[in-house]
Design a protein around this ligand. Sequence first.
Ligand code: NAD
Ligand code: UD1
Length: 338
Amino acid sequence: MRILLCGGAGYIGAHAYVVLVERGHDVVVADNFSNSSPGVLVRLQQITGHPVPFQPLDLRDREAVVGFFARQQFDAVVHFAALKAVGESCERPLDYFHNNISGTLNLLHGMQAAGVKRLVFSSSATVYGDPASVPVREDARLQVTNPYGRTKLVMEQLIGDLCESDPGFHAANLRYFNPVGAHASGLIGEDPTGIPNNLMPYICQVAVGRREHLSVFGGDWPTPDGTGVRDYIHVTDLARAHADALDFLVRERRNLTVNLGTGQGISVLQLVNAFAGAAERAIPYQIVARRAGDVAEVYADPSLANDVLGWRAELDVDAMCRDAWRWQSQNPQGYPSA
Ligand code: NAD
Ligand code: UD1
């Protein structure tokens, strides 16, 4: 298939690019580099051995998006492009609504005008908010606790309405749990701008000497060791699910919403210890107050993805830490500026 990856220069998009090219697809990346760097394209060329077809595109510019679709033919779109920082979304909700929701509407307009009828959408476990029980199944109650989460829920709903209106249009909403790790080559990985919000990139920056110590947000959660429990999933496993979801849309011609996680809960201290083992160095940490808005325990029931896609996570927490460390130690400051 000829596939457009919107936001394909970002962390998860870049890993999906590699898998889709390996599976023989013809893949074009579109991005505005608002949270990524052109350096990733050089690395993707190194991994795949071919130049990366790239289109500069800002999804907020409807004319540009519709014009682009009018000039190119695609069989499917994978839509990663979004702003994703929870704290920032509370400070600047309108920017999040504009970028994520209006940007998605523009994309859907472009697709409709060009007759592109397959969409894989990056949703998030954030749509479950603070789940009543774990593991979380897809039919759990949906609730959002911040503007970022609201954009994900609204986008799932908008896409759902479009699917209802056009029986020929099919979409897969992939609800990612906590993506971590990096490509086994160490050439691509997570490269957050500024101070990392999320646990794994923070640990990586402590390990490489960019930050003094990790602050563990809360040691008094009702969990086995008192620290928060999450479902970390290797980004390569996650990337593979996008190729499987595209195959599903072609084969089954129906819509899909699935969790993508390992099904295993890992605590902050378990991840810190696994990382220390993989990197063969201590990760200094201090237990501090809980972070506002955090919850004790979230992990997936991923059985639906296995049933319908034949997908399951294969890489364990040691592989996640080993690969994250390979990327960080080979690229202590992230991607070189291109
Ligand atoms: P990322 O920020 O690394 O990648 C997103 C990419 O989209 C970036 O390259 C950015 O420049 C681009 N982009 C943003 N707005 C754009 C616009 N208006 N036009 C064109 N390009 C635009 O993020 P990621 O971690 O790769 O996440 C990918 C998707 O997965 C996002 O939709 C995110 O919300 C979702 N998600 C991520 C996580 C996570 O923890 N990383 C978890 C759940 C869901
Ligand atoms: C984050 C997002 C959430 C998204 C999810 C999956 C926030 C507030 N929420 O949540 O919307 O769906 O990723 O990508 O960003 N921790 C520390 N110290 C740190 C950082 C984190 O102790 O410096 C702890 C947290 O308290 C939590 C765990 O590590 O228990 C994981 O945190 P994080 O990586 O931010 O992911 P989520 O909290 O799941």
